[in-house]
Design a protein around this ligand. Structure first.
Ligand code: ASP
Length: 326
């Protein structure tokens, strides 16, 4: 079996070579068309059906995933593991790179070239923006980014868009407000880039120093999506169909005094939710560190736990797709 990536072999059971996802890397949401998104969401729906009905399938039996995390993770890492296991495949988990040869000074390309000797697909989280593109350049097997620094988090973007669609039944026509650390929040960058393909109104709520980066803003404006920016969530909540809240990314601040100045700048409370639409979705990529009060969790509009479950179905769909089995 020949991978379309560079003519090298992909080990495994006969894949569907016809499908455009076969052998592809997933490093940015910019690579997806609306048609691609429709396809991924349909497969994710099927994956949800399989899990609900029978728990697992042997679609990826014999395939191996290397899960390589240079930064902390709970949801992304464990949902990729669960996704691979529910598809009948197995996982090489590398979560504490301090215990791997990375701590001996091994370069990212060499680590990638090592893991692809053993695995059919590599999931990579790395603190540097652009690291997944570099890994993809060296790898002959598909690389799936699980977040690269303050760059992008493409699989989170996909599961966020899928959640909006599952919660509200549409994307076109919605008013989406994104709140918090829009500068450093890679999930914001991926979701905003996906939303620019739809007929949506976008509001960005952040303190001055955490505003959306100029490149993302430019892409939105170019796509005909005006960028409305404000500082107070109270001014955005009433018209929002989706309120996408994020944490201030402490680990990205060079000077912790800057972090201290903006941490805790937003808190979604039941009182604030009483001003929101009856039908809306409150989302958060998680972890939360105070942005959404625990007594909001029982509100039917609080979608963040459903959102994280959706992550597993999206990741099942992506793994099956890049291995030619969807
Ligand atoms: N879990 C998400 C990420 O890895 C969001 C966050 O950490 O705040 O980007």
């Amino acid at each position: 079996m020949t991978s379309p990536k560079n003519g090298q072999k992909i080990v495994g059971l006969a894949p569907n070579r016809e499908h455009s996802f076969y052998g592809r890397d997933i490093v940015s949401v910019k690579q997806f068309s609306k048609q691609d998104l429709g396809y991924i969401f349909t497969v994710a729906d099927e994956m949800r059906g399989i899990v609900k009905r029978v728990g697992a399938t042997d679609l990826l039996k014999g395939y191996v995933l290397a899960n390589l995390f240079y930064e902390p993770s709970t949801r992304t890492s464990s949902s990729f593991i669960a996704a691979m296991q529910r598809l009948g495949g197995s996982v090489i988990p590398i979560h504490g790179v301090q215990y791997s040869s990375v701590s001996k000074g091994e370069s990212l390309p060499d680590t990638i070239r090592t893991l692809e000797c053993y695995a059919d697909v590599i999931v990579l989280r790395h603190p540097e923006m652009g690291a997944s593109e570099i890994a993809a350049r060296y790898a002959t097997k598909p690389i799936i980014s699980a977040g690269d620094g303050i760059g992008e988090h493409p699989t989170q973007g996909l599961l966020d868009l899928y959640t909006i669609y599952s919660e509200l039944g549409t994307i076109d026509g919605l008013h989406v407000a994104m709140v918090g650390d829009l500068r450093n929040g890679r999930t914001v960058h991926s979701l905003a880039r996906l939303l620019r393909m739809y007929d949506v109104s976008l509001t960005f709520v952040a303190p001055e120093i955490l505003r959306l980066p100029d490149d993302v803003k430019g892409e939105l404006t170019e796509a005909g999506r005006p960028v409305r920016e404000m500082g107070r969530v109270e001014d955005a909540i009433e018209e929002a169909d989706v309120l996408y809240v994020t944490r201030v990314q402490k680990e990205r601040f060079a000077d912790l005094r800057d972090y201290e100045a903006v941490k805790g700048c937003y808190e979604i409370t039941p009182e604030l939710m009483s001003r929101a639409k009856q039908r809306m979705a409150l989302m958060h990529p998680l972890p939360r560190v105070g942005e959404i009060r625990y007594d909001v969790d029982d509100d039917p509009r609080a979608a963040y736990f459903r959102q994280m479950e959706n992550g597993m179905y999206i990741r099942m769909a992506l793994l099956a797709a890049v291995l030619g089995k969807a």
